[in-house]
Each structure stands twice: as C-alpha cells, then as structure tokens.
Design a protein around this ligand. Structure first.
Ligand code: ADP
Ligand code: TRP
Length: 330
C-alpha cells in the first residue's frame, strides 16, 4: 500500500493557496493509501517567535484540516514535535548532505537576495523536510509547486545514503535503506494567485484565508487589484486574478459565462468580484459549518492530535531503529 505524506507549517490561517495546492489533494489522497499529515511546528520555529501563536496556529491548522474533510481514522494527523525522531533523523541526514545543495535551495537564496541573515534552521530546513519524508517510508508527497525542489533534495540525500549502505536493512517495499519519494503536484492549481496577482502567500500579505469571517473576506475580494478599464470596455479574462480565482471553485458553465461577460464588456470589475465572493462563500459553507461544530469541543482536536502522534511514533521509531543499526549507532 502506498504511503502518502505531507506537512503544513502553523504560521497563520490556511488560505486558498494552501487549500487548493496542498490540503485538498491531501484529503483526496487519504482514500488511496496510508496517509500521514502533520503540522510542521519545528519548521515554523524558523520564523514564529510567539509561543502562544505557535500553539494557537497548530490547533487552528489541525481544525481547518479536519473541517475540510481530513478523516482522522483513515489518515494519521499529528504535530511534528510530538515525534522527536524527526530531529534525530535530520541530524543523521545532515551528515550526508553537501552544503552546496542547500546553498542552492530557493528559500535560502531568497533570504540572501533580500540581504537578510538566515538562521541555521532556515539553511537546514530541507534536511528536516527530508527527515519528515524518509521517516515514514513515504512514496508520494502532495505539495504545491514551490516545494518540489525540497522533494528533489530529499531524493538526492536518500539516494546517497542508499549507495553508502548497500547492505543495510531495507525499507519495506523499497530496495535500499530509504524509499525514494515522488512529489505529487496538481498541475492546474500549481500556483494559486493572491489578491495582488502574485503567488498567494502569507509572506506577501495577499491571502484569502479559507475560514475568514464574511465581512473581511468580502473586503479582501473587493480589494483585488485590477486595471482601470471602464465598465463598458471589453476585458481580457486570461490575465484576470478574479477569473483565475473563480476557476478554482466555480462550475465550468459559470466560468464560461464570466469569461464571455469579460470579453463582451458592459460589466464592471465590482460585479465580477461579487460573483467571485458568492461562489467562494458557498464553496466553503459546509466546511465552515463543520469547523464551528468541531470547535465547540476544544478537547476534540487535542484528542485527534494525541492519537495521531501515537500512530506516527510507532512508524517513526521502527524506521529510526533500522537507520541507527545501518549507520552503526547501535
Ligand atoms: P505560505 O507561502 O503562505 O507560507 P506554506 O509555505 O505554509 O504557505 O505552504 C503550505 C503548503 O501550501 C505547501 O505545500 C505549499 O506548496 C502550498 N501552497 C502555499 N501557497 C500556495 C499557492 N499560492 N498555490 C499553491 N500551493 C500553495
Ligand atoms: N516545507 C513545507 C512548506 O513550507 C512544509 C513541510 C515540512 C513539508 N515538511 C514537509 C511538506 C514534508 C511535505 C513533506 O509548506
């Protein structure tokens, strides 16, 4: 059976990019194998400095995931720091990771380009991510396109270690110490655009959180950046942020209608934004209702995360035992 694994950082409220790029594909994949999804709090510690915010976002992201359809019986959902083997394996992997490979990673390069001094945790981030993936003998890693490079780093590190220990105990179903994972990226939603037309990201302050209250969500949609074409002018749907977002959750006929209205002219951007808001609000209505029901019992999420941690730990500790033996630490 296929192992599926992905993680999301508790750095804020999940937005449309997180949902369509990662959460929705993860939820679909829980039907197709043994899925492990975790809240990457060790990763978030590279930037989050407020302990209360860290705890709050960790529970919030878990709640959002459950509300969106993650089934904690089918999939294992857990908090990364509840399974300390992640950091133990990260150290071992770092002993095999060439520095230039990490110097080439985009998050690190972006930091340098902005003249910021990266912390070591940011530099080593791809190694911790490789540990997350390899610890569970994962075959498939559903992520947004920006994470593809990190899965490639994971494949390179795992390949190097497999070649170093050709006689080591094999991973179940694999042909070396580690299983070599594949990224899984949904092509047409590979990058969800934000309010300003750039990639939607918490770091650009251009997000639409999926569970925003009605007023702020409406305000954000009405604030989408457009050109200054007058109402009567024909407009180009292929370059519009409104259409790009609408495509994510409107039916085909509604999308065609919006595109035709763009080309015909006579409808202003304000009207298109209202259509977008209505579709968005309806799309998330059942999930919003489920979230409210789940949030009514604050102990529910903690219980789900505790049982997820126990299930994850059982797998992680077996892998670590295999790895320690292979490299001579036992
Ligand atoms: P952010 O950029 O807002 O900090 P994260 O880095 O926490 O988001 O991303 C969590 C997951 O969501 C990753 O798998 C990432 O690829 C995906 N993701 C984030 N933003 C987008 C986007 N705009 N389009 C598609 N996927 C995205
Ligand atoms: N780096 C991912 C992100 O920024 C989160 C993450 C951490 C992850 N570990 C992972 C994703 C392992 C997939 C697999 O979104």
């Amino acid at each position: 059976m296929k192992r599926i694994l992905s993680g999301i950082k508790p750095t804020g409220a999940p937005h449309l990019g997180n949902y369509f790029g990662m959460m929705k594909p993860c939820i679909a994949l829980q039907e197709q194998g043994e899925a492990f999804y975790f809240i990457a709090d060790y990763h978030a510690l590279t930037t989050v400095r407020d302990p209360e915010a860290m705890r709050e976002h960790t529970r919030g992201v878990a709640l959002d995931f459950l509300a969106c359809g993650l089934d904690p019986v089918k999939a294992v959902i857990f908090r990364q720091s509840d399974v300390p083997e992640h950091t133990e394996l990260a150290w071992i992997l770092s002993c095999f990771t060439p520095m230039p490979m990490l110097e080439n990673c985009h998050a690190f390069k972006d930091h340098l380009a902005k003249q910021k001094t990266p912390v070591h945790g940011l530099f080593a981030y791809p190694v911790l991510m490789a540990a997350d993936i390899l610890l569970y003998d994962s075959n498939v890693v559903p992520v947004g396109r920006d994470q593809k490079q990190h899965v490639e780093v994971t494949r390179d590190i795992a390949g190097a270690i497999n070649r170093t220990y050709p006689k080591a105990g094999h991973s179940p179903g694999g042909d070396g110490l580690f299983v070599i994972p594949e990224p899984s990226i949904i092509p047409h939603v590979a990058t969800v655009v934000g309010l300003d037309g750039q990639k939607m990201s918490k770091s650009y302050d251009n997000t639409i959180p999926i569970f925003d209250a009605e007023k702020p969500m409406r305000k954000k949609i009405m604030g989408i950046v457009t050109d200054s074409s007058p109402v009567e002018a024909p407009k180009d749907p292929s370059v519009s942020t409104i259409v790009a977002l609408y495509r994510l959750f409107a039916g085909e006929a509604d999308v065609e209608k919006m595109e035709a209205d763009f080309r015909a002219g006579g409808v202003g951007y304000g009207d298109f934004k209202k259509r977008l808001f209505d579709a968005l609000w309806e799309y998330f209505r059942p999930m919003r209702e489920k979230r409210a029901a789940l949030a009514a019992d604050p102990t529910h999420v903690d219980g789900v995360l505790a049982s997820g941690a126990a299930r994850a730990h059982a797998v992680a500790s077996a892998t670590m035992e295999r790895v320690r033996r292979a490299v001579g630490l036992r």
